[in-house]
Design a protein. Structure first.
Lengths: 248, 117
């Protein structure tokens, strides 16, 4: 067999192999995700409020309560109870000796730990449940704290060579960056029994260049945007869009 | 006698080869039909076709891959995982099956994440 023949045979083999193995097509799919919690026993949901702390520029309790209520109104089948949020810090300190009183100003996770008894207070939550016709109660803690970190950042820089041609090259620099960390803990309480049914935690952070002045509230909403899908998937079914490859 | 055994074995091997090819050919028809109906949104029919294909030819990785995708679309995540894993056992080096499986795992982990107390 000449070299030419060998070349022809090998090209034919390559084409045959590609035809045999290359039959594929992309297809869009929507995967339904069942909610983590069975909320079929409830018709109503009461976002009762949160123990919050960290940055003084954002009222974590007020903003989280408002945001979750509005999300639940549009994205869940449960009826959202419109009522004032509960004075949870007062409830937590009620009847406790001074040395066991949790800190009124929450600065970090440790301060929040002192409130864990509040969420385990079955009698209190049962009473709240009776008051609001035994809904699913959503409560928990929200810590939104300023954060600072030095890290390597990549940016693009324009350079011109000796012929005046423009090129964009990546440049890595060590920068001081400032931002926020959002750490919410959502606690779901059965309004019929006052017991905790489920709890979920999250941690999201955002960093900006040190000279960039981003309002704390807009950072809070940006971070909550990332947390909300997982919060909603606890209560209601969702569809996740994606693409897969079908093979022949 | 020994020669006769060899001849018989040879004949059997020859007879089995077209049978296997026939199986793959029949399974492939089911797979192709399944793809056509899935593209029209008829996923239940596609599942039926791809299940048939895997019954006809259990070593057909592409049929198992497609079946896994269809199960995913129907929210049957445990079945999808099992089908992907079988497909990858058959063709561990298939980059497209691997890619589908990775994407599936991302969703599956999210759906089954246990962060409750």
């Amino acid at each position: 067999m000449t070299a030419r023949h060998a070349k022809i045979v090998s090209s034919l083999a390559a084409v045959a192999l590609t035809t045999a193995c290359g039959g594929y097509s992309e297809i869009a799919i929507e995967t339904p995700i069942r909610p983590t919690m069975d909320v079929s026993a409830f018709q109503r949901v009461f976002v009762a409020g949160f123990i919050s702390g960290g940055s003084e520029d954002v009222d974590g309790n007020l903003e989280t309560t408002r945001l979750l209520r509005s999300q639940l109104r549009t994205k869940s089948s449960l009826r959202v109870i419109d009522a004032d949020s509960l004075p949870l810090q007062d409830v937590a300190t009620e009847g406790r000796p001074a040395e066991q009183t949790p800190p009124t100003q929450v600065k970090d996770e440790k301060d929040l730990d002192a409130y864990s008894n509040l969420f385990a207070n079955v009698e209190y939550w049962k009473r709240i449940g009776e008051e609001y016709q035994q809904p699913l109660i959503v409560t928990g803690t929200v810590l939104f704290t300023p954060h600072q970190r030095n890290s390597i950042v990549q940016r693009e820089e324009e350079v011109y060579d000796s012929f005046g041609r423009r090129r964009v090259i990546p440049v890595r620099t060590y920068q001081e960056r400032k931002g926020f960390v959002l750490s919410p803990k959502f606690i779901f309480i059965d309004g019929r029994t006052g017991t905790v049914m489920h709890s979920t935690t999250a941690r999201e952070e955002i960093l900006y260049n040190a000279n960039q002045a981003t309002p704390a509230l807009s950072s809070y909403f940006e971070l909550m945007d990332r947390v909300i899908p997982s919060f909603l998937s606890t209560l209601s079914s969702q569809k996740i869009k994606g693409t897969r490859v079908l093979l022949q | 006698m020994r020669t006769a055994t060899f001849v018989l074995a040879g004949l059997l091997a020859l007879a089995a080869t077209p049978a296997a090819a026939d199986n793959r050919g029949d399974a492939k028809k089911q797979v192709e039909f399944g793809i056509a109906v899935a593209q029209k949104g008829l996923w239940r029919e596609a599942i039926y076709r791809w299940e048939r294909a895997t019954q006809i030819d259990p070593s057909y990785a592409a049929a198992l891959n497609n079946l896994a995708i269809a199960y995913e679309h129907e929210g049957e995540l445990a079945k999808a995982r099992s089908a992907y894993e079988k497909a990858l056992e058959l063709e561990p080096g298939n980059a497209l099956i691997k890619q589908n499986y990775e994407l599936f795992r991302e969703i599956n982990d999210r759906a089954t994440r246990k962060d409750s107390q």
